[in-house]
Design a binder for this molecule. Sequence first.
Ligand code: ACO
Length: 380
Amino acid sequence: MSEPTKKGLEGTVVAESRTSLVNGQDGKLVYDGYSIETLAENASFEEVAFLLWNERLPNRAELNNLVQVIAYEATLPEGLLAQLKSYPKNADPMAVLRTAVSALAMFDHDSEDNSQEANRRKAIRLTGQITTICAAWDRIRKGNEPIIPRKDLTLAQNFIYMLTGKDPDQTASAAVDTYLVLLAEHGMNASTFATRVTVATGSDMHSGIVSGIGTLKGPSHGGANAEAMHMFLEIGEPENVETWFKKNIKEGDRRIMGIGHRIYKALDPRAAILEQRAEALAKSSGNEKWFQIAKKLADTARADSYFIERKLYPNVDYYSAILLYTINLDVDMFPPLFAMSRVAGWTAHIIEQFANNRLIRPDLNYIGPMGLQWVPVDQR
Ligand code: ACO
């Protein structure tokens, strides 16, 4: 007797974890005991990474040390930089990141060591290196030399520095840091599940992260921030929102990118924080148009019975698109920024998986035919 199929594994619990609690009914998110609101208000990305890897907040000396070690480890091997320079300049940055992280394993003396100590070292190293790959690729594809990370900067500051080659702008670095804090971890999302499935076979951390990046890339997951921005750009002006909504959503078969979530049936708490930050940033930049389009579209959807009945609210990708666009990042760099942050959560889950591992291997209901007779190839 076969079990009923749970399409998309909806509602299936596959692990116990300390990393985060996602409460979809009430719209709450907690990283290892701390609400996302508290962390967004007070924590830096490095503090959050320490929390996820160590299940407690760092003291001052531990935090300073982690900031320095990440900056030190963020330098890329020469061989990898040479590879990056050989990729086609029009390659998708997520494809570049996926390939580069896979290649990084071959330059990492810890890559095949799955001990907890080695995995902690690799978590720190990969967190630094992924940011450097993202910034280096953006420079290389624009015909510029990649920049080596500075040892005196946080990861968010280093990202802006390595993109621009100038002392990092305070506003842009703070916006990136907020983004990194908010996106670092999120329960058993699709990319985290992929990393855990990969390492549960006894494979290594780099392989797990490559699975995570490949899974994050899709428009139903981390690719949605770029898709949301393309949608806002397509709408073009706040006064076009209603016509666009009617034509594409009500009468067409498109989805509003950055709206809807498998778990949240209330407002994603990260979207609430990002809405405020994006609005403040838009005001201070002197260009509120994109925020106004996003806000008007979200309000239009929230007043529509289709969205109300299905409990569809803006998710984390919706207003983060406005935040990242306002600090002048290229739209196709938005998903890599998601990976720059989520690597903290992925690596925490990998460490957790190895601490109590069992092969992850679900089942399926066979619906194919039975008992067919073999026909030799020339008689088919
Ligand atoms: N716009 C319009 N309708 C939507 C949207 C949307 N953004 N999202 C879901 N729906 C509708 C579906 O058409 C479906 O309607 P139906 O029941 O009449 O068929 C219903 O809501 C449920 O949708 P599912 O796709 O079954 O929900 P699921 O939980 O599988 O998908 C998902 C969640 C993929 C996030 C979906 O809401 C979506 O495609 N959103 C847009 C892409 C996006 O923003 N992704 C980022 C998610 S957050 C993250 O990964 C960080």
